[in-house]
Write a protein that binds this ligand. Sequence first.
Ligand code: ADP
Ligand code: MG
Length: 467
Amino acid sequence: MSRIHRLSTRLANQIAAGEVVERPASVVKEVLENSLDAGATRIDIDVESGGSKLIRIRDNGSGMDAQDLPLALARHATSKITSLEDLERVGSLGFRGEALASIGSVSRLALTTNSDDGSEGCTAICEGREMEVQVRPAPHPQGTTVEVRDLFFNTPARRKFLRTEKTEFNHLEEVVKRLALSRFDVGFSLRHNGKVIHNLKSGTSDAERQRRVATVCGPAFMEQAIYIETDLPDFRLWGWVGLPTFSRSQADLQYFFVNGRVIRDRLIAHAVKQAYRDVLYHGRHPAFVLYLEVDPAQVDVNVHPTKHEVRFRDGRTVHNFIFSSLHRALADVRPADQLPENVVAADDGGTINTTTGEISSQGGLAWGAPSQAAGSGFGSYQPAARPLAGGAMEQVSSYGQLHPPANQAGLPEQGAAEDVPPLGYAVAQLKGIYILAENAQGMVVVDMHAAHERITYERLKQSRDTD
Ligand code: ADP
Ligand code: MG
């Protein structure tokens, strides 16, 4: 007996699914991309139990004919490309023709659709080892509804890797956010366990775009972001970049789109990081929503099954273009523009205030409110009974030396608000990492390491200026 045999269609599809269907969020990504490729202007997403029980996505796109339905569910069947030349300048999000076949092999998938050819619509499900497709008539307005139930019900090993309902939903919501940022002209709604989480109306005016970005990224981002736009003959870059005052502890608010495709790319990440290098503390991450438009022939999107990565034909030029556009935009922002009214800018629920430490007009480090920048940062006064550990003390005193207080006596009277340096008076050291200080507004927590870096940087700058 031959030891080699052909895999069943389902098993072959399940193997392919291993690459593209990792969790409910991946299903949502693939199905939403199909809706966008079908020209939908309105997409409604309904999920239950973080998506592992049910994902239902309904669009008003082109829909499909009854005779196309079995092919839509078959592997290597697509309406999006026919030749290698097509692949090289592909404009659609999909082209591999394997998402629906993969999803269908690891879930209970039903597709209901109507191409508005006069028929009432039809529905299809695939079953069995060979995934035979059964099509029957079913009413549906023009467009398509994809229903994915019990994801991984037949692949227990995969199912085991699913996290909690909340975690899976967070991943799924992130996918919806990304795609919502990629297409302002499409309306999206997202419901979880019957509750409306997002309802994003379509609209492409400046105000409508801004509203969507604020809804998706949070209003605080929009308040502390600048709009940039750079046009070159071969490239166009536009979008919003967070001011250094809006840095994050995680790289969780970084959206980059290349020709409308959501991309996570090392080259781009590096260019952005370089542009922020001089204005962000070590360990903090910038926030941005950026769109790069290039000739499709300049990017290869067929690098990875999930298509999260691209390869640029001329990576160096793209890197330089992104770096210089952002660097210029950030340099154009005057320090005074960046400082919020007061210090508190809790971007990620943390208590640490991370203003930039940009030089205020008076020459002091403006960690506090700019109007308070009396020319010094920390005072040397310590009302706290508990002595500071060596490290913190060092930071405080070197800071004091760098910007001596206005009154050289160094010990301003308590209560005289105008004499309080912006960083206030060091009170305690926390966990060996932060300095807790008191200034006119209240308490400030300062990252010692960041303070040290800033002090070194200021020293270098001072010595260069005096040379
Ligand atoms: P791909 O997107 O790579 O072509 P898929 O397996 O995701 O592969 O989809 C297969 C085909 O099914 C698509 O090429 C398209 O013709 C059709 N299709 C899938 N979803 C939709 C939809 N929402 N509306 C219209 N056609 C769809
Ligand atoms: Mg697809």
